[in-house]
Design a protein around this ligand. Structure first.
Ligand code: ZN
Length: 158
């Protein structure tokens, strides 16, 4: 079993190994020395999305949005507040679907905003529609709590 968390830096993309007995909240990136968790969602492009989805050992919550989408813009501050609640148990990232159409297609995104909860590169839960901070946090925690070892989450199709 793993003896360390793997956390991708939101600034430089470095994959950091943090021993399990070290507090994640205070951890800094070994490369750029920024705090790994700043209480803010990270804006990702296609490359950064793939890196975060694949290499974080902690769950990743993705907000798929677009600048022209009113409900997406309305949810942005809720998602931001959810980051300060859920970090460092969960990494929150924002994917602009207009800027990453290939990823959106691969993930099967049909409407936005869509929230994806991912673990080890796989989608473990997905929902659409704007949500409040409490709803985002509750939805995320309920899916993390209900995940047993026997789950076979859907694998992202290449
Ligand atoms: Zn860094």
């Amino acid at each position: 079993m793993s003896t360390a968390h793997l956390v991708v830096c939101g600034r430089c993309g470095q994959i950091n190994r943090i021993p399990l007995d070290r507090p994640l909240r205070q951890a800094r990136c070994g490369n750029c020395h920024e705090p790994l968790f700043g209480g803010q969602p990270i804006d990702v492009d296609e490359t950064a999305f793939n890196r975060h989805a694949k290499h974080n050992s902690i769950p990743v919550l993705v907000d798929v949005w677009a600048p022209w989408c009113g409900p997406c813009r309305a949810m942005a501050p809720m998602f931001e507040r959810a980051a300060s609640v859920l970090e460092p148990d969960v990494r929150l990232i924002k994917l602009n679907s207009d800027a990453a159409p290939e990823v959106s297609a691969r993930l099967g995104i049909r409407s936005i905003p869509t929230l994806l909860l991912m673990q080890s590169g796989r989608i473990v839960a997905q929902t659409s529609g704007a949500m409040s901070t409490d709803q985002i946090v509750g939805w995320t925690r309920s899916h993390l709590a209900s995940r047993g070892n026997h789950d076979k989450p859907e694998r992202i199709r290449p």
